[in-house]
Ligand binder design. Structure first.
Ligand SMILES: Nc1ncnc2c1ncn2[C@@H]1O[C@H](COP(=O)(O)OP(=O)(O)O)[C@@H](O)[C@H]1O
Ligand SMILES: [Mg+2]
Length: 402
């Protein structure tokens, strides 16, 4: 994944002497301290990150943590106090007004929480707006807008005014307008926060779907961790103008950096965060040609497992269970193949745990496969349950305090 956007030591101070405030920050003084002493507000206080091409990078944090200030600095709707931002190696922070205009037209689009649609123009004209500003000819404009409306399922509404649409539909128009200009980077500042929960879930699914086709580089702001977990390839948690943790959903939930992060992770649905890959163990398969029931039993005891996969050359022949082999060993079980369960459960390695209940319900270890169908691990039903139920140390502390 190529680096699309690189942000280094980005700072925003609201007030009349940012240089003084930055000095204080460099001395390790905090946001509250600086406000008390100087009356200046630190919006963002030294943030570094890189967003890869085609990645959805989510920034989440409580209200006032600096999310909007950060995202508005990326297209310089807010002027940074210091630091640097580059897109494809080209400086945004150094750009003159002409360059900036071009960057905003061609490379960076923004979708706001309170989508400002023009009420007296049609839905299509609203979607065409950015293209018109770009100087795209009317025919092509019309066609691209309609295509985008089709993508979000609103082509039938093209000639209506926005007022004829529900809130969720209007937000889809906002999304279509942002995407119609085909930006390289899409900035989305809490685009779904004003929607009611069901429509919101729809929009999240819609965006995830569109993203599969379009592979945009997206910076998505939210204050909702479940939304962050659903959409983000990586998530940055922001507190008082800083990033306190950056990582995948699984990394953040399994190891929250501090109590602030832990508080967010308390109510999340672990089954939607962790995948088969997070709970799988090494395969430890037996070879059909040389394994005996007695050998298999010993191996299971040594490994503490009650079933093992059996390979036949390159392919998986099935699973053998301890209880079947133990029963057979008392009689005459010389042949391992007789005890093979060929109908074993398997899932791709990126399957979320909440989709594995069925696979795990038979009690057999679930075969975890890579994109080519090769066995890369096994997920024991117990390990799946343990991961779903786990509380981290930080979560327990937060609960104790609450
Ligand atoms: N124009 C402004 N003037 C002064 N302070 C501001 C301004 N905009 C934002 N702030 C302050 O900067 C901090 C971050 O705000 P903001 O980026 O809007 O947070 P968020 O989007 O996470 O809610 C807050 O303390 C806020 O009060
Ligand atoms: Mg905000």
């Amino acid at each position: 994944m190529g680096e699309k956007l690189v942000v280094e030591n980005l700072i925003k101070v609201f007030g009349d002497d940012p240089v003084r405030a930055i000095e204080m920050l460099n001395q390790g003084r905090g946001k509250d301290d600086i406000l008390r002493e100087t009356g200046m507000t630190v919006g963002v206080s030294g943030v570094d990150f890189t967003v890869g091409e085609g990645e959805i990078f989510v920034v989440m944090g409580l209200s006032g943590s600096g999310k909007s200030t950060l995202v508005r600095m990326i297209n310089r709707l807010i002027e940074p106090s210091s630091g640097s931002i580059t897109i494809d190696g080209e400086s945004i922070t150094q750009a003159g007004s002409e360059e900036l205009r071009r960057l905003r037209l061609e490379k960076i689009a923004m979708v706001f929480q309170h989508f400002a649609l023009f009420p007296h123009r049609t839905v299509r004209a609203n979607v065409e707006f950015g293209l018109k500003v770009q100087g795209v000819a009317p025919g092509e404009r019309r066609e691209r807008a309609l295509r985008m409306l089709e993508q979000v399922g609103l082509d039938a509404w093209a000639d209506q005014p926005p007022g004829a649409l529900s809130g969720g539909m209007q937000q889809r128009v906002g999304l279509a307008r942002g995407l119609a200009v085909d930006p390289e980077v899409l900035l989305m500042d809490e685009p779904f926060s004003a929607l009611d929960p069901l429509i919101r879930a729809d929009m999240q699914a819609e965006l995830a779907d569109l993203q599969k086709k379009m592979r945009k580089t997206i910076i998505f702001i939210t204050h909702d961790l479940n939304e962050a977990l659903t959409l983000g390839d990586r998530i940055a948690i922001m507190e008082d103008g800083r990033f306190v943790q950056v990582g995948t959903a699984a990394e953040i939930v399994s190891n929250p950096a501090n109590d602030y992060v832990a508080a967010f992770t308390q109510d999340i649905d672990r089954g939607r965060v962790f995948t088969a890959r997070d709970v799988m163990q090494p395969v430890e398969a037996l070879e059909l040609s040389d394994a005996t029931p007695q050998g298999a039993l010993e191996r299971m005891e040594a490994l503490g497992r009650d079933a093992l996969y059996v390979r036949d050359g390159g392919r998986i022949a099935g699973v053998v269970r301890y209880r079947d082999l133990a029963a057979a060993a008392r009689t005459n079980g010389a042949d391992l193949a007789r005890h093979l369960v060929g109908d074993y459960p398997s899932v791709p390695q990126d399957t979320h745990l909440h989709r594995m209940y069925g696979s795990a319900s038979g009690g057999l270890p679930v075969a975890v496969e890579d994109a080519d169908g090769a066995l890369v691990g096994v997920a024991e039903p117990d390990a799946i349950l343990a991961q779903l139920a786990a509380r981290t140390e930080a979560q327990r502390n937060t609960e104790r305090e609450a």
